[in-house]
Design a protein around this ligand. Sequence first.
Ligand code: GLY
Length: 412
Amino acid sequence: MNCNNLKIGALVLSATVLAGLFGCHSSQPVVNVESDLDFCHGRVTRALADLTAGDSVDYTMIPRNIAPGDSLWTLRPAVAEEWCSGFWPGVLWLDYEATGDEEVARQARNYTDALASILDRPVFDHDLGFLMFCSYGNGYRLTGDAHYKDMILRAADSLATLYNPAVGTMLSWPRNVEMFGGHNTIMDNMINLETLFWAADNGGDQSLRDIAVHHADTTMKYHFRPDGTCYHVAVYDPETGAFKRGCTHQGYADGSTWARGQAWAVYGYTVVYRSTREQRFLDFAKKVTDAYLSRLPEDHIPYWDFDDPSIPDAPRDASAACVVASALTELIGYVDNETASRYKRELNGMLLSLSTDAYRPTDNCRSALLHSTGHHPAGSEIDYSIIYADYYYMEALNRFAKIKDLSNFASL
Ligand code: GLY
């Protein structure tokens, strides 16, 4: 057995204990989470050094991606029509969580504060949840700053204005109603339910919880095929609420399974079960997870769309693997022992693959991961480093590092 010892705070877990905890087979070592978080810290601090060099730092310019072969983050304005601005402050908060580095925390605050003006306008689209919860949400979780809490509560109220009670879901893209021929809800929107549940549990209106539960139930009813795979987009009649069709925007075809869409479903229903403890949501979280896992290639990292006919020559999407890995660190705490053992092996396999040279950039590159795919049909960010892959990778590693026994998972 080639399992390294793992130090978690003051606790040193032996290879044997970890092997038992993760159902580690003799051929599969346990991921070395401490070393992986150290590696991420190195990438984060180098990127921060680039971004904060010079006399004046523009905190409104936020890392988004790195093209294949390049090494520096391409920046985008934080408060334009950009859905990824919360991930870089989130990466900094997650790095601070792992290392306790106060300079990283100081910069996490600066980048988080740069997003404030997003709330000064009516909600642009459903991505408000991603934007505010990855930044302010992590900031509040780690510092307890009351201002951050207030910002998340405001974000939840704003997000809720996208809810259509006739349909039972939040509208994802107001600007695309005509293009899709109705009220469009994309699977990614499941991630925003965490903001609503959190707000309802932390002083916000209880209607936010009702909206989140209705959204999850409606999505469960219409957005999936019988085998548990999902459409990217569900289109509804905004007046009657009738389901009109399932289709894609970022996937290969309407009938295909876009890997990150399925990953959002895994993460989303895990959060919904955490927040409701309703058995139907746990059953469904398992169903969509099994649909995802059953289609993975040997190295546990999905092709960008499970049905791209050019597989095995199609690009991968490491970001989807990171989203699922992070969700699995929690889901293994809710499921029966046999399922948990299976999911632990998959989780370990995903994190191991992501730490190999196949997915890890060379030393000069500022990101932690290669090989994510953003919007393949638009020819955008194909086989790139993308900031949300790093975010969910670091979230998965941080959560993994806290695994001591299964009973503490619900508090993560
Ligand atoms: N939410 C957009 C994406 O996953 O690409």
